[in-house]
Design a protein around this ligand. Structure first.
Ligand code: AMP
Length: 420
């Protein structure tokens, strides 16, 4: 047996209903808030991620799956969706039709992280991006949307962490203050932070290494450096969340790993997950569309980790086992062809049908019907065939009714309708 690759996983048939239920809930909420779906390739030119996510990030430095394409260009399995959505917004000129675009996409992302519980190398995200709106209300609305989704799915112990990263006008002063602090003493920082502190001191702030956290505990806060516009924006985001009764905590350490974030940054955590407690993260990236050679348009987005959500939700979501409406128990070789025709006719009529073509004894067939959880068994032996009437047995009530072969699909449809 050739096993799957470490960090990757199979999503088995018993698990897919939970994935589907979460996706359906998300889609319903997105539609209520005016979002439309976009589907994008899972590969892009490596440069797209290098330029948008930033060279001095964990993702670009060490986590991307990158390989040469046939023309020598480097191709990357997408580590997140935002860069691709922005690329499509620019390349397909979605802004020309309407600069305001509210988009969502659901699909796999790839990062070569150290695998552990809740952290995979192929994982799934539900991502939402809004272009063309700089009002703080949209920041708050996205948080309301993500929160609502998690709440509707029954996730408990939620908290929103909130910060503002300022803008190109006010962030340099903050960066300088951080750099000055780091210049005064960097004892205890991890090797990554030592290397990055000059190019991007902000990254040191969100390093998870405990020693780095200790060094940074008295670091300056971006919110003390916000310009008037950014301060007003941030304050409006907060008051809007309060209006919607979304509890949040200000977290000056929350900078997100990505270079293109401006102003609002947020993360939604749950205390039900253990170490990997972040379930959603997002923020504004007003500079990215322009930086990728598009028009000057503000943007904001978030991503929810589906894998972690599934883990949480499957503990509480009632699991409805897959059960066919009808199990065709056809006894004997000669009836199999008829059983085949009936199974096609019932299936085509939208009746969930399972057929056993083995031609085994009734006892064996009933055992199998039980195992697959069939609601009803359609019993067909040579006697029934001769009489032109089959027997439909209700597996719960044990009641048996005759079903004429002639017009069988309609008879069964009617029976199932009356039964419900
Ligand atoms: P990010 O794109 O890093 O902001 O991540 C957004 C969300 O995706 C996180 O809050 C996690 O729930 C999820 N996520 C990120 N990386 C992984 C991973 N390697 N495995 C599983 N989920 C992940």
């Amino acid at each position: 047996m050739i096993p799957l690759i470490r960090g990757f996983k199979d999503i088995l048939p018993d698990e897919t209903p939970v994935w589907k239920a979460i996706e359906d809930t998300a889609i319903a909420i997105f539609q209520s808030f005016g979002f439309r779906e976009i589907r994008l390739p899972i590969v892009e030119k490596a440069e797209l991620f290098q330029r948008s996510i930033g060279e001095n990030t964990d993702i670009v430095e060490k986590e991307m799956y990158t390989f040469p394409g046939s023309r020598g260009e480097m191709i990357t399995l997408r580590p997140e969706a935002t860069a691709s959505v922005v690329r499509a917004y620019i390349q397909q000129q979605l802004y020309a039709r309407d600069p305001v675009q509210k988009l969502y996409t659901i699909g796999p992302m790839f990062r070569r992280e150290r695998p552990q519980k809740g952290r995979y190398r192929q994982f799934y995200q539900i991502s939402a991006e809004v272009f063309g709106i700089d009002a703080p209300y949209i920041d708050a609305q996205l948080i309301v949307l993500a929160w609502t989704l998690l709440e509707r799915l029954g996730v408990t112990g939620l908290s929103v962490q909130l910060n503002s990263l300022g803008c190109p006008a006010c962030r340099p002063a903050f960066k300088r203050a951080l750099a000055d602090m780091l210049a005064a003493g960097t004892g205890g920082l991890c090797a990554d932070c030592l290397r990055r502190k000059d190019k991007n001191p902000l990254r040191v702030l969100d390093c998870k290494v405990p020693a780095c956290r200790e060094v940074m505990k008295d670091a300056p806060s971006m919110t003390d450096y916000l310009c008037e516009d950014c301060a007003r924006h941030f304050s409006k985001v907060q008051s809007s969340l309060i209006r919607q009764q979304i509890p949040f905590v200000l977290n000056p350490r929350l900078v997100r790993g990505l270079d293109y974030y401006t102003r609002t940054a947020f993360e939604i955590q749950t205390d039900a997950l253990g170490a990997q407690n972040a379930i959603a993260g997002g923020g504004r990236y007003d500079g990215l569309v322009k930086a990728l050679d598009g028009p000057e348009q503000p943007a904001i987005g978030f991503a929810i980790g589906l894998d972690r959500l599934v883990e949480l939700v499957s503990q509480t979501m009632p699991q409805k086992p897959f059960s066919p409406d009808i199990f065709i128990a056809a006894m004997g070789e000669e009836i199999q062809e008829k059983a085949f025709d009936w199974s096609c006719a019932l299936g085509l009529a939208g009746i969930k049908t399972e057929t056993d073509f083995s031609g085994k004894s009734l006892k064996a067939l009933m055992k199998r019907a039980d195992r697959v959880g069939a609601e009803h068994v359609l019993i067909a032996g040579s006697q029934e065939l001769e009489a032109g009437v089959l027997v439909l047995r209700n597996m719960n009530t044990k009641e048996q009714v005759p079903v004429p072969i002639d017009g069988m699909v309609n008879h069964i449809k009617q029976y199932l309708k009356d039964y419900q």
